[in-house]
Design a protein. Structure first.
Lengths: 317, 228
């Protein structure tokens, strides 16, 4: 059973939750930009959480399936059509062999996730199917999908038709929007910034620039002042780390980030809010940062994971 | 008696903890980072995902679903104390066969001229030193090497090349290094190694490990595999 790509205008890549264990060798974790949305898509089709799906960004994608299958599309900023009919996101849907599956870019978000029951079966590299697009390895031939590509799908023991209609209601999805306020943990180099710089960071609105990508989101707004220069001895980077180079403009590390960096980091976005930030689209998104304690951040993350695990509503029939 | 500032511990977001041993590039500080990394590798705590050694600090990535910050901090403190009393470990020492100059090192002549040395003296100075792999980063398999002789410190190109071939050996500021993958780059290229520093299909995927020592060994162009 396979998916065949009919058309891809943007950045569609095979992603799972990321490639871990090799960052000390300079290998970026890659993986889905919006961990909640990919997790939700896999849950809806009863895939294991480590299954690979398609992450779709920037522009539309059209596919067809060689056999009947069960799919789900989550995330934001896209509409789904099966055989030309508009269908809901965050819902498990039965697809007949040969039907077209179209993901069309709309406003209000950035990244959509398509999971197929059985999972996308590209050869794993270093324990993961995530595409490291910049390094040209992983996923499907280390690159974005293009027309003519074929993706093998794993076998599944359950009849897809019996699972169709499972959904995740809006109350159990992140509150995506164009103007998110995201929590941050300050540091590790908060002391490299003036008190005024810290205040500016926590009270200004920053727009997501057009040059934002899977490596990092470049934000534009009131510059943040350093005490003395913008170089540190290189140290490790986390997802959501906010680097401030000499120009004072925040650069938020995303999935294809380098593993280490030499700019001071004023803060890091908390895990629970990474989905909100990643779905604040370039040119449209406007972000506010709010200081949080680690205890509060971790409690929110655990609550969010609990919500995810219990998010699926079975259909009424 | 005032408390010494290091080791210090800090959160990096809600899913990582840094253990910092200093803030300058120093082999003794870096050895402490690698000693702690080795100890943590031997007895990982469930919920610890991986550790990343850098010049002065070890970043411990963990899963906040399974571990709280306080739990990781307590564990890191006790392991750091334990690592202090471990005997030093001899690092691995690897040789990097290197063809210097000619079409393999287009900036060798420039580097020689700017330092008022002959190209042969540049080669001798570069290949006689022992280098430590302080850390890896920037791209997969890229080693940050310490120990470049002061006489060879050379600024980067003002305009980077659009393509530096994989295996290129170069200088930039106080650093020397090897490009594991073809990439744009601003380093001054003095040589080339046929060794494959990064292979995504191997596990581990890199020839070098953080903490290793390396030496560059000059070889003649004729010693390269065919097609190099």
């Amino acid at each position: 059973m396979a998916l065949e790509v009919l058309q891809s205008g943007g950045l569609a890549t095979v992603q799972d939750l990321g490639r871990f264990g090799y960052q000390r060798y300079g290998v970026s974790p890659s993986g889905a930009m919006d961990w909640y949305a990919l997790g939700a898509a896999n849950l809806l089709v009863k895939n294991p959480s480590e299954a690979a799906g398609l992450e779709v960004g920037l522009a539309s994608l059209a596919l067809t399936a060689t056999d009947a299958c069960l799919i789900a599309v989550t995330g934001a900023g896209f509409e789904l059509r099966l055989q030309g009919q508009l269908r809901p996101l965050w819902t498990a849907l039965f697809v007949q062999a040969g039907w077209t599956i179209e993901l069309d870019k709309t406003g209000g978000g950035c990244w959509a996730y398509l999971a197929v029951a059985g999972g996308i079966q590209t050869p794993p590299l270093l324990g993961s199917r995530a595409t490291y697009w910049r390094g040209k390895f992983g996923g499907h031939e280390g690159r974005a999908l293009q027309a003519g590509d074929t993706l093998s799908i794993g076998a599944t023991s359950q009849a897809g038709v019996t699972l169709a209609g499972r959904r995740i209601p809006p109350a159990r999805r992140p509150l995506y929007g164009d103007r998110p306020t995201v929590d941050v943990i300050l540091g590790p180099q908060a002391q490299a910034f003036t008190a005024e710089g810290l205040h500016t960071f926590l009270s200004s609105e920053y727009t997501v620039s057009a040059t934002s990508d899977r490596m990092g989101y470049r934000l534009e707004g009131a510059p943040i002042a350093h005490v003395a220069g913008a170089d540190i001895v290189s140290d490790g980077l986390v997802a959501g780390a906010v680097q401030i180079p000499a120009d004072g403009q925040p650069l938020v590390m995303m999935s294809d980030r380098p593993t280490t960096g030499g700019y001071p980091k004023i803060a890091a976005v908390v895990s629970a809010d990474l989905p909100l930030l990643t779905q604040a689209a370039p040119c449209v998104g406007r972000v506010h940062f709010r200081e949080a304690t680690i205890e509060a951040a971790q409690a929110r993350y655990r609550q969010m994971m609990n919500t995810l695990q219990n998010s699926v509503e079975e259909p009424d029939w | 008696m005032t408390a010494k500032p290091w080791p210090s511990y800090w959160p990096a977001g809600d899913a990582a903890l840094g253990v910092e041993f200093g803030q300058t590039i120093d082999p003794a500080i870096n050895r402490q980072v690698h000693a702690l990394a080795r100890l943590l590798d031997q007895a990982p705590l469930p919920g610890i995902i991986e550790t990343v050694p850098t010049y002065c600090s070890l970043l411990i990535h963990y899963d906040p679903w399974r571990l709280s910050y306080q739990e990781v901090l307590a564990w890191a403190r006790s392991k750091t104390a334990q690592a202090e009393s471990l005997p030093p470990v001899r690092p691995r020492c690897l040789e990097i066969p290197t063809v210097y100059g000619g079409r393999f090192g287009p900036d060798l002549v420039y580097v020689a001229q700017v330092h008022h040395l002959s190209p042969a003296e540049v080669i001798r100075l570069h290949s006689r030193a022992d280098y430590v792999v302080y850390m890896m980063g920037f791209m997969p398999g890229f080693p940050y090497l310490g120990g470049l002789p002061l006489e060879l410190e050379t600024p980067r190109l003002e305009t980077p090349r659009t393509l530096v071939p994989a295996g290129s050996v170069g200088l930039a500021g106080k650093q020397t290094g090897i490009y594991p993958l073809a990439s744009p780059g601003g380093w001054r290229l003095i040589g080339y190694t046929p060794l494959r520093l990064f292979n995504a299909e191997a596990d581990p995927p890199t020839l070098l490990n953080p903490g290793d020592q390396v030496r560059f060994v000059p070889i003649p162009p004729g010693a390269l595999p065919d097609g190099a």
